[in-house]
Design a protein around this ligand. Sequence first.
Ligand code: PLI
Length: 468
Amino acid sequence: MPRHPAEPWRIKMVEPLRTITRDQRQQALQEAGYNITLLRSEDVYIDLYTDSGTNAMSDRQWAAMMSGDEAYAGARSFYRLEAAVREHYGYEHLIPTHQGRGAENILSRILIRPGHHVPGNMYFTTTRAHQELNGATFHDVIIDEAHDPSCDHPFKGDVDLVKLDRLIRDVGPDRIPYVSVAATVNMAGGQPISLANLTQVHELAHHHGILVILDAARAVENAWFIKQREKGWHEHSVAAILREICARTDGAAMSAKKDSYANIGGWLALRDPYLAEQAQGLVVLYEGLHTYGGMAGRDMEAIAVGIAESVQDENIRARIDQVAYLGQQLIGAELPLVQPLGGHAVCIDAAATLPHIPREEFPAQTLAAALYLDSGVRAAERGAVSAGRDPATGENRYPRLELIRLTIPRRVYTRSHMDLVADSAIHVHKQRDRLTSGLAFTHEPETLRFFQARFAPTTPNSALNHPA
Ligand code: PLI
């Protein structure tokens, strides 16, 4: 066997990349209000902002797009997607949506009422925003280890059953419409939940008549980790493990822009026909008819093929290997990373990198800006800026994890790109003492502020304002 098994695909089409000078990046960063989200993508060299919708599709997916049925009602492409979801995820009723947050909207509207409480294994930005918009309070019931970047627990996505049980007793099962279970947990750095733990969550929730809803965006990646790390599952295929994960849940919200190698799309799936009918009624209002839900027929074709590709062991192995390849280089240079390495991203602990910058000056936002300035690599902030303010108190939420996320799009970048990212991240790390101050808001939007916020350095002599 070669030291690193090669990717099970070759490249048929390429997209040229543009490089700009450091002075140009400096200007672009200032124009973007020091928010990497507001950079124009053409000013970015290697874009690790997200793995969402940034995938390279296969020739099979492109070919399938040509056979998209664009009928308003009853499109053949819908039935192909429905069949793929039934086969690989095992849910009976499929409600297509334009992307994951469309599914979160419909789900939250049918299940949540004001005064409800939703427990989950750490929050995700859009998921929690929809839960709160519908009047629920979110409760993080993930195990404590998930909040400790250096802890190498193999299943940091596990739910703490004591926390979940306590919440059920405190507020009463009638006020908990569902447990929101993510696999993997994005904000913890792509950490998996174990099948053993999910089984216990399912039993506890069902004992109290509470549903379990899966965030399936990266459930295939989670299945791979179960195969690698959980006793008794090594001989099972990823496809079989994925079905086992879903079998322990009552439905799922899916962003097809992740595991399924698509550029757009999503779905909500439910087992209960009564709930499914309610969702089908609402999807017409917010997304489109219940047989396209905001997607073109060709998008549904691409997702159907993408689902089948995503569960092939060699594809998911190559994906996780690439993340590990980048991560190992950074570990070798002693950068403080979230351990163990996650499924979709390598996350750098910005609070540990820049301990001299107070949390109020957003070390992760600052580190992401510095990395862009150095090499044109765009990471994502996953810390206090993403966490927003507590709706009850209006205070900033300061999660223990203050991270920058180097998120790897699927089948897009090569090892040389990863080498370049590693070199730049290591260089910025070595020079971290030059970053003596952070950033402050000059504009702070109310909802999901991290997308549109603008910042300025807190001191005029900030390293973010100076040439290398
Ligand atoms: O971006 P959407 O609307 O297709 O999906 C929303 C969404 C739901 N759950 C999880 C775990 C996500 O990661 C997610 C989107 N994630 C983005 C955009 C990301 O950059 O991680």
